[in-house]
Design a protein around this ligand. Structure first.
Ligand SMILES: [Zn+2]
Length: 67
């Protein structure tokens, strides 16, 4: 079992701005505010958090589930 990746690059769907953010291992982040345009991002239907929808890496709980 490999350790989860704790950093994900979030890309804003509105302005395309990408920023590396660290992910908490014990919680899912539901909201994320773009630091450039201020857009409030929410997960797509079926995704548990913004990292699953807009991040380069899915959140740690999803990484653990995927085999
Ligand atoms: Zn933005």
């Amino acid at each position: 079992m490999s350790a989860p990746i704790l950093e994900s690059v979030l890309t804003c769907p509105k302005c395309g701005f990408a920023k590396a953010e660290s992910m908490p291992t014990d919680a899912c982040q539901f909201y994320y505010e773009c630091t450039r345009c201020g857009a409030l991002l929410r997960p797509n239907p079926g995704d548990c958090c913004v990292f699953c929808s807009f991040g380069s890496v899915k959140c740690p709980p999803m990484q653990a589930k995927r085999r």
